[in-house]
Design a binder for this molecule. Structure first.
Ligand code: TXA
Ligand code: MG
Length: 318
């Protein structure tokens, strides 16, 4: 059921149930992080492997000490600048955080979401919410309550509606090595913005068999339709001319106007607007009856880099 009833959502969560919640990045599949029953249900619903840990959502920076310890100075700087917001910090976990949540690691991922509904809900709870993105493992992330409903119609009793997500792609994840920040996942806060606060930071290699954030598997966010990431749209349309093509364009393109199925992420080429639209556009193209989706690569700067990261994983072969 899609609802705006916060009290109902609270009751379900207090009784170890699962609720899909809106955040400013994407919708999350939330449960009491301190309840083994709830956490197990999250993994089960999402069909997520247990080696892939969950992010905790807390109501304010003051609650950080209840889940993390030995917090580096740079982490405080980043949290003060970006929370509430789309930045997740991976920190040493407090002993009481279960191995189930962290997949046996001694670190925990945590953020304060910047969404009025999520914050209001957290205010009414005395536990953090563990919440991965509310999509089945490997598929496109949800940015509306309807996307979540499409995935979990049969299995999820409550989807809390908070409208379309303002950011539209997941949080940026930063971990620490010897107290130095290191980028684990590109996301809604650009690396440029982060470097303004803590200086130049290291990035984990883009493709790795043992990623620092275990969820950064090569194939992720994937449509069911055959999808290609391309730099020259006109050439690619020509190459697939025997097929029914769907286009995902960064900005308006006068040369592709006769293509019937096209989604333009931002008419004017604005990165924030493109991020907001990218998953919804992929969902629509995937549900249309095109044979192939051609996705235009964005300029590799700012949030463009984060969107490209998602698009690359969406086209990766299984
Ligand atoms: O924007 C977001 O971050 C959304 C909203 C709902 O908050 N959540 C989200 O969760 O994207 P999820 O589970 O889809 O992605 C979380 C990522 C995974 O790749 C996971 O491996 C990584 O965070 N992660 C979680 N705990 C970690 C840890 N202790 N160390 C390294 N990576 C961790
Ligand atoms: Mg996810």
């Amino acid at each position: 059921m899609i609802t705006k009833n916060l009290a109902l959502a609270r009751d379900v969560l207090v009784q170890d149930g699962i609720v899909a919640i809106p955040t400013e990045t994407v919708y999350g599949l939330a449960g009491n992080a301190y309840s083994e029953t709830a956490v197990k249900q999250i993994f089960g619903l999402k069909k997520r492997p247990f080696f892939n840990p969950l992010i905790l959502h807390i109501k304010s920076m003051e609650c950080l000490h209840s889940v993390a310890k030995e917090i580096p100075e740079a982490a405080f700087k980043l949290a003060s600048r970006f929370w509430p917001g789309a930045l997740t910090l991976v920190l040493k976990k407090q002993g009481h955080i279960s191995d189930l949540v962290t997949s046996g690691m001694d670190t925990v991922a945590v953020r304060v979401p910047n969404h009025p509904v999520a914050l209001k809900l957290l205010e009414q709870l005395d536990f953090p919410l563990a919440a991965p993105s509310a999509n089945p493992f490997g598929s496109i992330s949800p940015t509306t309550a309807q996307h979540v409903h499409h995935y979990f119609e049969e299995t999820l009793s409550i989807i809390l509606d908070g409208g379309a997500c303002e950011k539209g792609i997941e949080s940026t994840i930063i971990g620490f090595e010897n107290d130095e920040p290191i980028l684990y996942r590109h996301g809604a806060v650009s690396i440029e913005e982060i470097e303004k606060v803590v200086g130049k930071i290291k990035t984990v290699p883009e493709k790795s068999d043992k990623p620092k954030a275990p969820g950064m598997l090569s194939r992720h966010y994937a449509p069911n339709t055959e999808t290609h990431l391309v730099t020259n749209i006109s050439e690619s349309i020509h190459a697939f001319s025997d097929k029914k093509i769907g286009l995902l364009l960064f900005k308006e393109n006068s040369q592709t106007q006769d293509c019937l199925f096209q989604e333009v992420l931002s008419k004017t080429g604005d990165f924030d607007e493109a991020a907001r639209n990218v998953y919804a556009a992929l969902h629509r193209l995937d549900l249309s009856d095109v044979d192939v989706i051609l996705v235009e690569k964005l300029p590799d700067i700012g949030i463009g880099k984060s969107i490209n990261d998602r698009l690359k994983r969406a086209v990766e072969k299984e």
